[in-house]
Design a protein around this ligand. Structure first.
Ligand SMILES: Nc1ncnc2c1ncn2[C@@H]1O[C@H](COP(=O)(O)OP(=O)(O)OP(=O)(O)O)[C@@H](O)[C@H]1O
Length: 267
């Protein structure tokens, strides 16, 4: 990966109490790229994003964003850094008691001194970018799930972030919305000249749009590469993931006692 990294993760370790969640993660996110972090539920993906956002502090190692070690920033520095980050949380819930317009305007009003007429134009531009300018007067309850997710994308990029993080942006979407959202993630990244990280377990959609993929299992990187490299990977876990095989390193059967004995016990 040739260009200068915006985010560098160096020997990142993290534990909740004594339970190790991240175990020596090294990653590099070059400027302008779209990178996916994939793995099964509970492998530590969200925990990783929370370190980049400075919500959690590493047990060991560090995360550097734009040349600064995140956990060494003071409150003011962290606040300034977070203003340059956009985050789409899992399910990207909108404020239900605010119109689409006000949802997208929220961060602009909170974090800038921009006059209302400028905010008005910026909000419409962001909504236009996700194809939903016509919805600005609607309430979230009047949107389909796919439209709501697109409004959430517009809200995420409201302040033109240099780094955009998406936590499960495809969850719960129908196949068409999924593809629309995937393409928008790519387009928004490129139009803003941003760097984007997509945390997901939706491999097929991600492989269509990303530049690079990291695979995490049990808190460690087990494979990485371009979409083509991942598709061709011979790592058994990755193969099982990419080809949707029901059995492999991730067993179909939850560990149990001897089957015949279990049946006899019931008889
Ligand atoms: N506040 C917490 N206290 C203790 N353990 C936690 C806490 N938050 C998460 N964990 C545990 O840390 C592990 C990693 O969680 P994380 O949310 O990072 O996984 P994930 O890969 O993002 O999963 P998912 O795809 O389900 O969101 C899980 O086993 C989870 O149970």
């Amino acid at each position: 990966m040739p260009s200068q990294p915006l985010v560098e993760i160096c020997d990142l370790n993290f534990a909740y109490d004594n339970r190790a969640i991240l175990k020596g993660i090294n990653m590099s996110f070059p400027k302008g790229k779209l990178i996916a972090i994939m793995g099964l539920s509970g492998c530590g993906k969200t925990t990783l994003l929370r370190h980049i956002g400075g919500v959690l502090k590493p047990t060991k190692g560090h995360v550097k964003v734009d040349g600064k070690i995140i956990h060494e920033l003071d409150q003011e520095g962290l606040y300034a850094m977070r203003r340059k980050m956009g985050m789409l949380f899992q399910f990207g819930a909108l404020f239900t008691d605010m119109s689409v317009f006000d949802n997208v305007a929220f961060q602009m009003r909170e974090h800038t001194d921009l006059p209302e007429d400028i905010i008005h134009d910026l909000v419409l531009m962001k909504l236009h970018a996700v194809g939903l300018r016509g919805t600005h007067k609607l309430m979230p309850a009047e949107l389909s799930g796919g439209m709501a997710r697109r409004v959430a994308l517009a809200r995420t990029v409201a302040l033109d972030p240099m780094l955009i993080m998406y936590d499960e942006p495809f969850a719960g979407l129908d196949p068409i919305s999924l593809s629309v959202v995937g393409n928008l993630i790519r387009q928004l990244n490129d139009a803003l000249g941003a760097t984007s990280i997509v945390v997901t377990h939706d491999i097929q959609e991600s492989l269509k749009i990303v530049d690079y993929v990291y695979f995490i299992s049990d808190g460690a990187i087990i494979a990485e590469g371009t979409a083509d490299e991942i598709r061709a990977s011979e790592v058994p876990f990755v193969r099982q993931f990419v080809h949707g095989e029901t059995d492999g390193p991730i067993p179909f059967h939850y560990p149990g006692g001897d089957y015949s004995q279990d049946l006899n016990l019931r008889a």
